[in-house]
Ligand binder design. Structure first.
Ligand code: ZN
Length: 209
C-alpha cells in the first residue's frame, strides 16, 4: 500500500469520485496538471531516491538538480534550492488560499504535513463530507497545488535536459519509443521542439510549457 500513502483514504468512498477528481479541467494545460498531480497522489512519480531504492542503492539517490541532498519527495517539493525560484511564488499563492479557510494552520504544519497537504489538500478538512462551499474552496487550493507540482516537474526536467545537452539535437518527430515510454523526470511525457520550447504530451493532448 506504499503507493497509496499520499491518498487521504477518508475521502475514498465506494462508487464515488474522490473530491479532487470531481473538478473538470479548465483547459488541456490544466488536464496535464491534473494527470501529473494524480501521479503524486498515487505514489507513481519516480524520484532519485526511488531509483536508488529500486536498484538496492546501486543508483545514487542524490538530487540531480542541486546535488546537495537525497532527492526525496520533501526535498523536491519544499527544499531543493535549484527549484526555489519557481516554487516560492506559487507556495505563497497556496498559503494565501489556505489562509482564507484555515487561518494560521499552514504555519503550524511540519514539513511532512505540508507535503501531504500539497499533494492531498483534503487533509486540511478533518471530516469526511464537505459542503458545496468547502468543495469550491478545496478546488481553488488544489488548482494552485497542481500549478506547483507541474511547474516543479517541468523545471526539474528542463534542468535534466540542459545537463545532458542532448535534447536540442533531437527533433520532436524522431523521439524514440524508449524515450516516449518514460523519462528521468518522473514519467510525464515532455518533448523539446527545435525552437527550444517544451511540450508536455499525454493522451489528453499536448501543451506548450
Ligand atoms: Zn535538489
Amino acid at each position: 500500500m506504499k503507493t497509496l500513502q499520499n491518498l487521504n483514504m477518508n475521502m475514498v468512498k465506494p462508487r464515488k469520485p474522490h473530491p479532487l477528481l470531481q473538478q473538470q479541467a479548465v483547459s488541456t494545460y490544466d488536464a496535464n496538471r491534473q494527470l501529473l498531480k494524480l501521479k503524486f497522489m498515487c505514489g507513481k512519480y519516480i524520484l532519485q531516491s526511488d531509483r536508488a531504492s529500486f536498484s538496492k542503492n546501486k543508483v545514487d539517490d542524490t538530487c540531480r538538480v542541486c546535488y546537495k541532498s537525497p532527492e526525496t519527495l520533501q526535498h523536491m517539493v519544499l527544499e531543493c534550492s535549484g527549484l526555489s525560484a519557481v516554487r516560492d511564488p506559487i507556495l505563497r499563492d497556496i498559503e494565501s488560499e489556505i489562509e482564507k479557510s484555515f487561518p494560521c494552520l499552514w504555519q503550524s504544519y511540519t514539513q511532512d504535513q505540508k507535503v501531504t497537504a500539497l499533494i492531498e489538500c483534503t487533509v486540511l478538512y478533518k471530516k469526511h463530507k464537505l459542503s458545496k462551499v468547502e468543495c469550491q474552496r478545496l478546488h481553488k487550493i488544489d488548482f494552485q497545488c497542481r500549478r506547483l507540482f507541474f511547474t516543479l516537474h517541468t523545471k526539474r526536467f528542463k534542468i535534466f535536459e540542459l545537463s545532458k545537452g542532448a535534447a536540442s539535437a533531437r527533433p520532436l518527430n524522431t523521439i524514440s519509443k524508449s524515450v516516449c515510454s518514460g523519462n528521468s523526470a518522473g514519467n510525464l511525457l515532455i518533448t523539446k521542439e527545435p525552437d527550444g520550447c517544451y511540450n508536455s504530451v499525454d493522451p489528453l493532448g499536448s501543451s506548450r510549457l
